[in-house]
Unconditional design. Structure first.
Length: 71
């Protein structure tokens, strides 16, 4: 698995998930529940992970949409 994007913005995370799902690119969200261990403060970035074979197509997709950056 390769890290595609890291974000703390839950609205953006939803957008990224929608883009990947619509393109039928399989992904997983890592660190999704870590903030619940620290009183739900939400400062820990969630990582969108894709398999190595899907890394280039997923990067191209997010680059085309202007979403290939960490925040």
């Amino acid at each position: 698995m390769e890290c595609l994007v890291k974000t703390t913005d839950l609205v953006r995370l939803t957008l990224l998930q929608s883009l990947l799902s619509d393109a039928q690119i399989p992904y997983q969200i890592f660190d999704q529940h870590i903030s619940s261990l620290e009183a739900g403060i939400g400062v820990f970035p969630r990582r969108i992970m894709v398999s190595t074979g899907w890394l280039r197509p997923s990067r191209n997709l997010l680059a085309d949409e202007g979403q290939l950056y960490d925040d």
